[in-house]
Design a protein around this ligand. Structure first.
Ligand code: SF4
Length: 371
């Protein structure tokens, strides 16, 4: 695998880490009465303003419940993009991180896109600055540029394809079939996993998710000794030493499906622990165990929860709708250029879905055999 090193600064000029700033903005825990009052207020505002809440699986459980209760959705980033584009509401409140709000705005420029906190970002987005990425692309003009959803609009504007973890394997397989060489950014773990699965020629950017990067293969082995029957579910943004131990590797949606449909009683889950809320709702009888980020090989920052996802709260939804705070803008021509790579992915996945639906409808013709 070719690896291009592009490490990013973890500190700003004042010496503060991005994550420390994010944790400082995480809303304080609410009492039951406060939570109920804020939920009711947010639901009323969503109705009054003709808005819909589009939330990611990693955000606070109260926000997830509010989304379902008000006709919105909780999903992975691919489905969030589709849902926001296709919904009739003219205001989308996106509970997640900034690139998700930007994707919604890129796809629906006529809609108002609000976020509970515009400072909610992502280490993958931070770790792939536009200028350095453009230089990387310029140095490899023979390669098809494939970027993960977790990037800025400006980075997407330089790309040929956007992918999410739920469609990256299929899209890279297709590009390999066409004989194309790939420039991949920004997640090195997901890129390595896709490269191993497809055998595609991929030149990698060196980004990582600060949450998944912390899962520990060594401690996972120790945990598995205590739960030998548990099924291990791993998001492919995790390091190889963790992915290699998985029974299921997949996107957030794929991991939820594995819990719902799996025959095991116990599941060790290696992704952001915000996902456990939805897993518990859909598979109440099953035991869910967080994969280890602590232990002898841990660092003090290990915790399996994204500080930027944690910045989203009920108060932020209320403030965005009441005061118009947190509005996303994506200027032209960046928006138009970024749209092309997102639409290419959406068209590809829609065609895949249609083919799968057609295949299940096609009547089975019994094999006549050689007589
Ligand atoms: S969990 Fe990781 S990939 Fe997702 S938003 Fe947070 S830092 Fe980014």
């Amino acid at each position: 695998m070719n690896t291009q090193l592009f490490d990013y600064d973890r500190q700003d000029a004042a010496g503060a880490t991005c994550t420390a700033q994010a944790w400082a903005k995480v809303p304080a825990p609410l009492t039951v009465a406060q939570r109920d009052a804020l939920k009711a207020r947010a639901a009323q505002l969503l109705r009054d303003k003709g808005a819909v809440l589009v939330a990611h699986y990693y955000v606070d459980g109260d926000l997830q419940d509010l989304a379902w209760e008000t006709g919105g959705i909780v999903s992975d980033s691919l489905e969030m993009a589709r849902f926001g584009r296709d919904h009739a509401a003219q205001t989308l409140v996106v509970a997640g991180v900034r690139f998700m709000g930007e994707s919604a705005k890129i796809l629906s420029p006529e809609k108002r896109v609000l976020m509970p906190d515009l400072d909610a970002t992502c280490s993958l987005d931070l770790g792939c600055p536009e200028a350095e990425f453009a230089a990387f692309c310029d140095a490899h003009p023979d390669r098809t540029v494939v970027v993960y959803a977790n990037t800025s609009a400006a980075v997407k504007a330089r790309a040929d394809w956007m992918v999410t973890s739920s469609c990256a394997l299929e899209i890279v397989s297709e590009l390999k079939r066409r004989g194309e060489k790939i420039l991949w950014a920004p997640d090195r773990h997901l890129g390595r996993y896709i490269q191993e699965q497809t055998g595609a020629d991929m030149l990698m950017w060196n980004g990582a998710c600060i949450v998944h990067d912390e899962f520990k293969g060594l401690e996972l082995d120790l945990l598995r000794e205590q739960h030998p029957e548990a099924m291990i579910l791993v998001h492919p943004e995790s390091p190889k030493g963790v992915v290699d131990k998985a029974h299921v590797v997949g996107s957030t949606s794929a991991l939820i499906k594995a819990v719902v449909e799996g025959s095991a009683r116990e599941y060790i889950v290696a992704t952001d622990n915000g996902i456990l809320h939805r897993m518990r709702q859909l598979a109440p009888g099953k035991t869910l165990i967080e994969a280890p980020t602590a232990g002898n090989s841990a660092t003090c920052k290990s915790c399996a929860h994204c500080p930027w996802m944690a910045m989203n709260g009920l108060q932020g939804v209320v403030d965005s709708l009441e005061q118009g705070l947190g509005e996303i803008h994506v200027q032209e021509p960046v928006r138009g250029k970024a749209l092309a790579c997102i639409e290419r992915m959406l068209d590809f996945t829609a065609a895949l879905k249609a083919r799968a639906a057609q295949a299940t409808k096609t009547p089975h013709v019994p094999h006549m055999g050689a007589v």
